[in-house]
Design a protein around this ligand. Structure first.
Ligand code: GUN
Length: 291
């Protein structure tokens, strides 16, 4: 079994992004610029957005972080999006999810100019993805595809079981794995909370993508010998042995599953850094398209 190293892989891909951007900055006159919008005080969201801004700095990209408190209105947020859409210095816009309950995520995502939708969440982006047309791919599934490609793992003809059907991970992951072309051509089963025979399906899987948001949900008895396991989960659980009193675990029971599989992503340092990598690839693309 081999660990799929998200940190090292993201670093290598980001070195290439930095070089590509640096070579084009003289002719473009400025660096790529990402705007991140963070509403509320959710600790995990603050960490994710902080990592995205830091990565921009490391790549020589500009970034603008717009923070608003949890009582911000939907109208105010829509106005921020409109201003970012109209700003020629901004190439990419991301609104960190989840948003407070009184704000419609759909209304906000739909307001983002698809040309700046570097998270790939807008219906136009998702529609183009389904149709196999050029677009911005959602950062997490895109990052997973980049990770598999860097390790030379070909999913063509394999049976992939995706656990979880969220708009930002499970559903787009199932589409990317099943569509024709590089990184695709897998036979995909998309499973969810109503799936009745999940264990049987998982035991048939050459690849499992766990994106259900339940700590250590995928146990060793659900995994076929030699399977590839991608763990998208980031769950904080209590751990009295830690000074902080808690630690992060994925959606996979890592210690028990690790000996059975051919490849597995750790949590943290697996899919997380690759999500940021996908976002940076999209931001570079948006900047280049705006030339
Ligand atoms: N919340 C959880 N994952 C993501 C992501 O990839 N992008 C944004 N904007 N919010 C998220």
């Amino acid at each position: 079994m081999q660990l799929l190293d998200g940190v090292g892989t993201a670093q290598r891909i980001q070195d290439r992004i930095r070089e590509e951007a640096a070579a084009l900055i003289p002719q473009r006159g400025r660096a790529p610029h990402l705007a991140a919008v963070l509403v509320g005080e959710d600790p995990a969201s603050q960490v994710y957005v902080g990592s995205k801004v830091k990565t921009c700095e490391a790549l020589g990209f500009g970034s603008t972080l717009i923070r608003r408190n949890a009582h911000t209105s939907e109208a105010e947020l829509l106005q921020i999006i409109r201003e970012l859409n109209a700003d020629p210095e901004i190439d990419g816009i991301l609104v960190q999810l989840p948003l407070p309950k009184h704000i419609s995520e759909n209304a906000i995502i739909n307001a983002i100019d698809p040309a700046k939708d570097v998270d790939g969440f807008h219906p136009v982006s998702q529609g183009n993805m389904v149709l196999g047309q050029p677009t911005y791919l959602p950062a997490t599934p895109f990052g997973i595809q980049l990770l598999l490609a860097e390790y030379g793992i070909d999913v063509s003809g394999k049976h992939a079981v995706v656990i979880g059907r969220s708009n930002i991970v499970g559903t787009p992951m199932s589409i990317l794995l099943s569509r024709s072309g590089t990184g695709g051509n897998a036979t995909v089963t998309l499973t969810h909370s109503r799936t009745q025979n999940l264990k049987e399906l998982c035991l048939q899987a050459d690849i499992i993508v766990a994106a259900i948001g339940k700590p250590r949900f995928v146990t060793a008895d659900m995994v076929k010998e030699g399977a590839i396991v991608i763990d998208v989960g980031i769950n904080r659980i209590e751990d009295a042995s830690r000074k902080s009193g808690s630690r992060l675990v994925g959606d996979v029971d890592f210690d028990a599953v690790f000996p059975k599989c051919s490849y597995i992503t750790p949590v943290p340092k697996g899919v997380g850094p690759m999500t940021i990598c996908g976002l940076m690839m999209n931001t570079l693309k948006a900047w280049k398209a705006g030339a």
